[in-house]
Design a protein around this ligand. Structure first.
Ligand SMILES: O=c1ccn([C@H]2C[C@H](O)[C@@H](CO)O2)c(=O)[nH]1
Ligand SMILES: [Zn+2]
Length: 145
């Protein structure tokens, strides 16, 4: 549902900052093949924001989504306790929604954090990782044998 309450404790100004950061990140998108720019911004529990864009490649399958760019940046700089990620695209009439690969990578770092899926007009839909990827396979499942 659009504009529902955030699924995590985040100050309204922090959310606005995150939404803006995802829109800004979209400007760096490298998408000469799809012409579909996407930006993402990830908020950590200790208040850091990591942003990312999609980065495509002439070898098409090597392209990476904005969400995973942001997550890889954060993890590689020592942050993996995430509160929320915001995603922005140029699609006017629908909220941009993460692909399955990104959902699985998000899930690696927990199921209870929030994914803000936006439209260019600033409205958003928010769901938890759990809602986007129910009955998921995660790190704990590897301990079950
Ligand atoms: O949530 C999404 C959906 C798509 N893309 C990218 C992947 C590809 O570069 C382009 C078209 O699918 O958009 C993202 O980065 N995030
Ligand atoms: Zn993706």
């Amino acid at each position: 549902m659009a504009q529902e309450q955030p699924a995590c404790a985040m100050k309204p100004e922090q959310l606005q900052q995150l939404l803006l950061a995802s829109r800004e990140a979209k400007k760096a998108a490298y998408c000469p093949y799809s012409h579909f720019p996407v930006g993402a911004a990830l908020l950590t529990r200790d208040g850091k924001i990591f942003s990312g864009c999609n980065v495509e490649n002439a070898s098409y399958p090597l392209g990476i989504c904005a969400e995973r760019t942001a997550i890889q940046k954060a993890v590689s700089e020592g942050s993996k306790d995430f509160l929320a990620i915001a995603v922005s695209s140029d699609v006017q009439d629908d909220f941009i929604t993460p692909c399955g690969a990104c959902r699985q990578v998000m899930r690696e770092f927990g199921t209870k954090w929030a994914v803000y899926m936006t439209k260019p007009d600033g409205t958003y839909d928010v769901k938890t990782v759990q809602e986007l990827l129910p009955a998921s396979f995660g790190p704990d499942d590897l301990q079950k044998t």
